[in-house]
Design a protein around this ligand. Structure first.
Ligand code: AHR
Length: 327
């Protein structure tokens, strides 16, 4: 193991982590399989969406391929579970900790504990709002503001010939999560170009299909003329489709739908014309994460920010790529 001399005794409590035995390791015991094996503690958000499932699979498979001893925990979308998991990894003296923060705020204390224990931290997928950037080594993931902008730009163009107001309802991701904050910001900035475009309702569906359906049902009851749904992920958009169909309306026609992610279920609905536009968010971060981990453990320099490359899809483009879509 590439361990350092300093051992931080951090959490007194024994943790009952929701372990998934990912990749080449399990959650019990400390240390790697041999002296040169990298041990990574990974604290995942949960299993809230198709995107998350693909992301977990990518990390577990890449760890196995790279020979990384992966200790994996599922926080079930609760920050306190992620903090417990990180403290457990510190106690186990892993070589590197990676995590996708459920929410942006409230990480400084535990990140400081990792730093004091000389364990490098890599942020994947989502960022934190800590002003002290020495608390983590790099952040690998999408530009969520840009994703929101792409969604808004498409709507501005699509609505150019429409006359009168366009009423938008927004299904936000988990409150306080970076993708929810940033996708809202980017979308609002883009639609400001057309004063006819207005967000008339905006609520969280927590990035889940059931959440999207429930919130959309309420929107349909409260708001008579909904023209567009902007959902911060495919799963909430798919939940909204169920609610729209149950209300006797045609998704994609009576109400246009824009989502983010481009997972297979979303792309299928796009190809069927039930969704009108999807902005891609790439969950396949495993290989890049393992590369970055090897570098930081070896003491090499890594870029402070690694942005994932992404595209967008119309229904026609979805039909072309659907069969070969990996996730
Ligand atoms: O952080 C990435 C987001 O989290 C994905 O867009 C969403 O599906 C997931 O839950």
């Amino acid at each position: 193991m590439f361990r350092k001399s300093l051992v931080a005794v951090v959490a007194a409590t024994t943790l009952a982590l929701t372990a998934c035995g990912g990749g080449s390791g399990s959650d019990s015991g400390g240390g790697g399989a041999s002296d040169d094996t990298i041990t990574m503690g990974f604290a995942q958000v949960g299993a809230e969406s198709g995107w998350r499932t693909a992301n977990t699979k990518s990390i577990q498979e890449s760890a196995e391929e790279a020979g990384v001893d992966l200790k994996f925990s599922d926080a079930q979308q609760k920050q306190e579970n992620q903090i417990k998991a990180i403290r457990s990894y510190i106690q186990q003296q892993v070589d590197v900790i990676a995590f996708s923060p459920v929410v942006e705020s409230g990480w400084d204390t535990v990140l400081k504990e990792a730093k004091d224990a000389e364990i490098p931290v890599i942020l994947t997928d989502r960022s934190v709002d800590s002003t002290d950037t020495s608390l983590y080594r790099t952040f690998l993931g999408s530009d969520f503001v840009e994703e929101g902008k792409k969604a808004g730009d498409w709507l501005v163009e699509d609505s150019a010939s429409a006359e009168g107001p366009v009423n938008i309802v927004e299904l936000q991701g988990t409150t306080g999560a970076a993708p929810a904050i940033d996708r809202k910001e980017g979308f609002e900035a883009a639609i400001a170009a057309d004063p006819d475009l207005t967000i008339v309702e905006s609520q969280t569906g927590d990035f889940t299909r059931s959440g999207g359906k429930q919130v959309m049902e309420a929107f349909l009851k409260n708001t008579p003329d909904i023209d567009v749904v902007y959902a911060h992920n495919d799963d909430m958009g798919l939940g909204a489709i169920e609610a729209i169909e149950a209300a006797g309306k045609v998704p994609g026609q009576d109400i246009k739908i824009i989502t983010v992610d481009a997972v297979k279920d979303g792309m299928t609905a796009l190809a069927e014309g039930k969704i009108n536009y999807i902005v891609e968010c790439n969950p396949l971060l495993g290989d890049q994460l393992m590369d970055l981990a090897a570098k930081v453990v070896a003491g090499e320099e890594v870029p402070a920010r690694v942005v994932t490359e992404e595209t967008t899809f119309t229904p026609e483009q979805a039909k072309e790529v659907l069969a070969s879509r990996e996730y």
